[in-house]
Design a protein around this ligand. Structure first.
Ligand SMILES: *Cc1c(COP(=O)(O)O)cnc(C)c1O
Length: 488
């Protein structure tokens, strides 16, 4: 049965390479596309920050894959059998079993989402003078580590920052630099090495098992723990299966357990990994478990719900098992691969090869006239919303921080991320994304920069407000009308 059901990609007689959905849609939500003039108004009201837009003004919401993946009928049905006991809930026991089955970790601390896990891990292990090596940071990870006095050390390989690459594992860690760092700072100042699956901020790029095993060897040599951020682990496992020869014949389950087995602590955001809400920290090490445990009732909730609604715990449990299915986990990467290849044919600078969670457009190549001090990725995201009604997310200098002198720390990559939440968008919607990006690329000289008018000190990209440096948005709208007539 296993073999009969095993699916490669379906080949089309026409020779076209298009992804084919292995699900049907039975619950739908209406979308609304407001005219370009209203979109200009809306982005002004939102301070040119797409986080401050409202759904009523958005056509395709490609802001994030966080909590926006489609749930399965199995997940939703289980939500009705939840046991809402405050302590000792049956729903939690099922969740604990799923974590042991899928990740191979027996002890689990539930938390309300991924960053809550980062809070607990950072408070427990990071102190002033700590150095935290990682393949790359995530925004909330960096914030929590800094809050506790630690310094993040990014140990990505040279390949990671190349936009167009054929390297299948741009999320790998630079092993020689890891060892150099440990020797120079002293292993006692390194509470853990952090590996992030499908490295989010560099374009959802995976690491290979081979590289990760090398990291483990170094960790063993210097007796340092490994913490695995497993928020996007399903996709990383999928890429290992598709791209790393030694794993072509392994199941996703085997790969997932091997990945988790190499880490001392695994944490995740269930908003991503299991298409629901919640998160968790899991380990097989009793000592580590007890060090973290008491912070859960303090910040999250009792140990058997951790601030998550019990219905969501049921959905999380099913979602974890669905992470073992290639058709589920591969859906978003196959759409991303399609979009990335089509955009590349049009000459549009996109991160290649396609990774997890979204399609990433490089803004410095797209609009080279906008200097990094004027947030090119932010400007591109705003411009793209105006001309398409599609909401993307800035992942560049605007999502970065300032140094002690108040200067922007310039991001290595200026990316507009267009997330492909799992099983949410159709291929014709994907074609619309490609079409409108093509139009914007042909009119790219019209896009100008942005400047802050209101800048919060922490995680400024969430709520900060900006303004355009000239009247470029009006000019863009005028050109849109000239080219598209009365089209939306
Ligand atoms: C989303 C994400 C987080 C944070 O999770 P939240 O549930 O949004 O708090 C941490 N790490 C990675 C890699 C993520 O993608």
């Amino acid at each position: 049965m296993e073999n009969i059901q095993k699916k490669g990609t379906v080949k089309f007689f026409s020779g076209k390479k298009i992804p084919l959905e292995m699900h049907k849609v039975r619950i739908v939500q209406s979308l609304n596309l407001v005219p370009v003039e209203r979109r200009l108004e809306a982005i002004k009201e939102g301070g040119y920050n797409t986080f401050l837009l409202e759904t009523k003004d958005i056509f395709l919401d490609m802001l994030t894959d966080s909590g926006t993946n489609a749930m399965s009928d199995q997940q939703i049905s289980k939500m009705f059998v939840a046991d809402d006991a405050y302590a000792g809930s049956k729903s939690f026991t099922k969740f604990k079993t799923a974590v042991a089955d899928v990740f191979g970790k027996d002890m689990i601390l539930p938390v309300h989402q991924g960053r809550a896990a980062e809070n607990i891990i950072s408070q427990t292990f990071v102190k002033k003078g700590s150095f935290l090596p990682m393949n790359y940071h995530f925004t909330t990870t960096l914030a929590h580590i800094q809050l506790n006095g630690g310094t993040v050390v990014e140990l990505y390989t040279k390949e990671a920052m190349k936009i167009k690459s054929t390297n299948p594992f741009k999320g790998n860690m630079d092993i020689p630099r890891l060892e150099e760092l440990i020797v120079s700072k002293g292993p006692e100042n390194i509470p853990f090495i952090r590996m992030e699956a499908s490295t989010n901020l560099i374009g959802g790029q995976p690491f290979s098992m081979e590289n990760y095993k090398e990291v483990r060897k170094i960790a063993d040599k210097y007796k340092i723990n490994i913490v695995l951020d497993a928020s996007l682990i399903g996709e990383n496992a999928y890429f290992i299966k598709k791209r790393e020869e030694a794993y072509f014949d392994k199941s996703l389950g085997d790969i997932l357990r091997e990945m988790c087995g190499l880490a001392d602590i695994v944490y995740f955001s269930a908003r991503k990994v299991s298409s629901s809400r919640g998160g968790g920290i899991c380990t097989n090490n009793m000592d580590l478990y007890y060090k973290m445990r008491d912070l859960v009732p303090l910040y999250e909730g009792f140990l058997t719900y951790g601030g998550i609604s019990i219905r969501e715990i049921e959905a999380m449990t099913v979602g974890l098992y669905e992470t073992l299915e290639e058709d589920v986990v591969g859906q978003s990467p196959s759409f991303i691969e399609y979009a990335v290849n089509e955009l590349d044919k049009l000459g549009i600078p996109v991160v290649m090869p396609g990774g997890a969670l979204g399609c990433h457009v490089e803004a410095q190549q797209f609009i080279p006239q906008v200097p990094q001090s004027e947030y090119p990725a932010g400007a591109l995201v705003a411009a793209f919303y105006i001309i398409s009604g599609i909401r993307g997310m800035e992942r560049g200098t605007l999502s970065s921080i300032r140094d002690e002198n108040g200067n922007d720390i310039l991001a290595e990559l200026e990316l507009m991320r267009l997330a492909f939440p799992r099983r949410v968008f159709t291929l014709s919607q994907t074609e619309y994304v490609i079409d409108r990006l093509n139009w914007l690329y042909n009119n790219r000289e019209l896009v100008g920069g942005l400047t802050f008018v209101e800048e919060p000190p922490v995680l400024r990209f969430f709520t900060g407000r900006l303004a355009p440096v000239s009247d470029w948005p009006e000019k863009l709208v005028a050109k849109f009308r000239a080219d598209f007539g009365d089209s939306l």
